[in-house]
Structure formats: C-alpha cells, structure tokens
Design a protein around this ligand. Structure first.
Ligand code: AFP
Length: 335
C-alpha cells in the first residue's frame, strides 16, 4: 500500500485508489473528480452566502437585482449538472427530488449516486457548518439509463462514499473501501490537499450527540442508554453532550474526536428521521472504514436492503465500543 503524506492532492489520491483495483477503467476516478468540482462550486457559494444575500427563499432577488436561489436548491442543481454529463453515472437520487433523476442521453455510465446536496441547510443562516453527503454504487447491470433498482442496493455494496463539509474550512472526507481520508480545500489555489490521512475513530470517547428534546418520545431502551451516559460508567463518564443538528458536522467531530451520534426512533416517528440511502449508508461506510460501527439498533446499517429511495432508519453511529454498548442496551430493553 502507498504511504500517504499530508499535502498530496485529492486527484492524486483518487488515482492511487484506482491503482488498487487492477482492471479499473477510470470511470469511478472520473466521477469522483467531477464531485470534487461540484464541491468547490458549492463551497464558493456557501462562503459567499452572507455577502451575496443569497439566503432566504427561492425567487428572491439579491442586491444586484439578480434572481437568487436557496443554497440547497443551488447545491442540488450543481451536483445534478456535474453528474448528468460526467459520463460515469446512469441514474441518481437526491434528497431534494421525489423520483429518480436520469442522466443526459448518451452520457450513461456504470455507477449510481445518491446524495444529500446540502444537509443541515436549516442552519445556514446562523453560520453552522453544513455538508454534501454522497453514496456511490456500481449499477446492477445493463446499459443506458439506470433504474430505481440500481439505487436500491445495500450499503455494503457501496464502492465509494463521503461528504464535503463547508465549515471554518471546506473538507472532503471519503472512502473507496481502503480507509478514510480527509482533504482540506485551499481556496487560494482551488485545490484539496490531504490533511487527514487514514482517519481512525477512537474506540471510546466521552461525547454523545442526540436531540434530547425528544426524550419523552423515545423508546425506553434509548432513554436508558442516554441515562447511562449521564452516569459515571465506572469512572469513564459522565459523558458530554455535543449536538449541532447538522449530521455532517456532528459526525465529523465524532469521527475525529470519537463519540456516538444517535437519531433514534420515536413514538411518532418509528423509523427516525434520517434517510438510509444518502445519509446513513455513506456515513456508516465511513464509520466502519475508520474502525467504528453503525446500526439501527438491531441490524448493521450496511446490511439493510433498501425498499424505497427516501426510506428512513434509526441511526446509531460512531466509536465502536460506544455503539456496541448502545446496542446492548437496546437488546436488553427490547426483550
Ligand atoms: P435539515 O437539512 O433540514 O437542516 O436537517 C438536518 C438533518 O437531516 C441532519 O443533518 C440532522 O442531524 C438532523 O436533521 C437534525 O434533526 P433535529 O432538528 O430533529 O434534531
């Protein structure tokens, strides 16, 4: 395996990844490089948000009298445009679109992409970090336009997944199944450079992330686990709560520092809130590749067979020991 040094460019890394797969055609490399371009475009727009008065509803005009879009609409269009003509994708699904999204005729490729163009977007106008999340599968077979079936594959079949977080700096974190790497965008030259080689998530930590406002609506098992986190836990605890309300930000922090992120089922939302295809699957693959764990409480996230594009699932992800402990609580309380 090639030793990665801080400072290599993301395109170099993507090409190195390709070399790990003898016989690779370069299609995935091309797709990822186009995603990088989309990330740079969205990053520039997010950074200009306050200045350009782009916040607010679609259809508003900015101070130059131009029609402006909400950033999530902008991000969605940017990714769709890059992907529909990159020549490597056969079908897409996005958090912003009800149905599958075709690619341009003549540009069909061998991969599918599911994405959340700007997750956490309700936080944009208060300068909270938001992110683009993506999940890539190889199509089931055939040629031409892909179908929903190509998208409804298990997370364990992902060939690449990651996110781009637009925060104090823009960082792209991704995996192609050979570890997790983070690249920070240097806006002065418009290039992502390796800043976080071979990320591993600490096996244990003292952070947990959950929206406790819903505690009265959780199942007993979840409530007991979170209560446990507030106790001493043999001298390890009490744990500290860190919740931003933007999955990419919460997960990114836990990936680097360790911790567990929980979005559980509630009595009114028995499947939770987060979406399997373009939120939980890609984050779960990153977590596992970094040595962590991801479950819905009963089943490994990556083993769930999706049945619909926008299906939701309860989500417990992060440091291996903490997720295992949560699972143990859920099993005991549910029996
Ligand atoms: P938005 O994209 O609508 O801001 O939702 C963000 C999100 O899907 C995810 O990023 C957060 O973890 C989660 O919702 C926060 O949900 P609660 O506000 O219910 O805690």
């Amino acid at each position: 395996m090639l030793v990665k040094r801080k400072g290599i460019t993301i395109s170099r890394q993507i090409m190195d990844d390709q070399m790990l797969h003898p016989g690779a055609t370069g299609e995935l490399t091309g797709l990822l490089n186009d995603l990088v371009v989309a990330g740079k475009i969205i990053s520039a727009e997010v950074n200009m948000a306050g200045l350009a008065d782009i916040l607010g509803q679609s259809g508003r005009t900015n101070i130059q009298g131009e029609n402006v879009q909400k950033l999530d609409v902008f991000a969605n269009q940017t990714i769709k445009r890059r992907m529909e003509q990159c020549g490597h994708v056969c079908v897409m699904t996005s958090e912003e679109d009800d149905d599958i999204i075709p690619v341009l005729d003549g540009y069909e490729g061998n991969y599918t992409i599911a994405f959340d163009p700007l997750d956490g977007s309700t936080n944009i106008d208060v300068n909270v970090s938001v992110g683009t999340i993506f999940s890539i599968h190889r199509r089931l077979g055939g040629t031409g336009q892909g179908s929903a079936a190509d998208l409804l594959q298990r997370g364990s079949k992902q060939v690449a997944a990651g996110y781009i977080i637009y925060g104090s700096s823009t960082v792209m974190v991704y995996t192609t199944g050979h570890g997790v790497y983070g690249f920070t965008l240097d806006p002065s030259v418009g290039e992502f450079f390796l800043s976080h080689p071979n990320i591993t998530i600490p096996e244990h930590s003292l952070y947990y992330s959950v929206n406790e406002a819903y505690a009265n609506h959780w199942f007993d098992s979840t409530r007991r686990y979170v209560d446990f986190l507030k106790q001493a836990d043999g001298g390890k605890g009490p744990y500290s709560l860190r919740y931003i309300g933007s999955l990419v930000s919460d997960f990114h922090r836990n990936l680097i520092k360790g911790g567990i992120f929980i979005y559980p089922e509630t009595d009114s939302a028995p499947k939770g809130k987060l979406r399997l295809l373009y939120e939980c699957n890609p984050i779960a693959l990153l977590a596992e590749q970094a040595g962590g764990k991801a479950t819905n409480g009963k089943t490994r996230i990556l083993d769930i067979k999706p049945t619909s594009l926008h299906q939701r699932t309860p989500f417990y992800v992060g440091s291996k020991n903490m997720v295992a402990k949560a699972e143990a609580f859920l099993k005991i309380c549910n029996t």
